[in-house]
Design a protein around this ligand. Structure first.
Ligand SMILES: [Zn+2]
Length: 169
């Protein structure tokens, strides 16, 4: 089931998420819905808080559905290592219409549980490292505009507030 994606300003996006306890049938259904919602958007990654569920899990697929082995589901993730720095433009399904250049690690090693509860360690560079960091930020209640400073950040937030007032956000 495709679930509505929460937008910047929704409280669930601005609070740290809670660890997943047992991987129940409900959690598996949540993950199925997240994957469906991600591909329908379409996007590269989606964290549970983005569909209103304050749990520490995300799905990422840098191929956006073109190659099934690129689909990653990570539960209770944590970074093991992050190195380097990249500056690329990124966006977020919770801030449709906005992009900005954000500094992210060039390489990331991350661990977490897969859907069967096994611990996995994954490595990513480039776009995948960026996606890991972007989704981890969501689990900590942070969205990418919070990494921006000054005029760039003010401009985006002003445009969002205007859309909120107009009822188009
Ligand atoms: Zn996002």
């Amino acid at each position: 089931m495709i679930r509505p994606i929460r937008r910047y300003g929704d409280a669930v996006l601005h609070l740290p998420a809670e660890p997943v306890g047992e991987i129940t049938a409900e959690v598996r259904e949540l993950v199925r819905d997240m994957i469906e919602t991600l591909y329908a958007a379409p996007g590269v990654g989606l964290a549970a808080p983005q569909i209103g569920v304050p749990l520490r899990l995300f799905v990422v697929d840098v191929s956006v559905g073109r190659s099934s082995q690129d689909l990653i589901t990570l539960i209770n993730p944590g970074f093991v290592e992050r190195t380097g720095m990249q500056l690329e433009e990124e966006g977020c399904l919770s801030l449709p219409g906005f992009n900005a250049t954000v500094a992210r690690p060039q390489f990331a090693r991350i661990k977490g549980l897969d859907l069967s509860g096994r611990e996995v360690i994954l490595e990513g560079k480039g776009l995948l490292a960026r996606a890991f960091q972007h989704e981890m930020d969501h689990l900590d209640g942070r969205v990418f505009v919070e990494h921006l400073r000054g005029i760039k950040r003010d401009l985006i937030l002003r445009k969002i507030r205007k859309q909120m007032r107009n009822g188009t956000w």
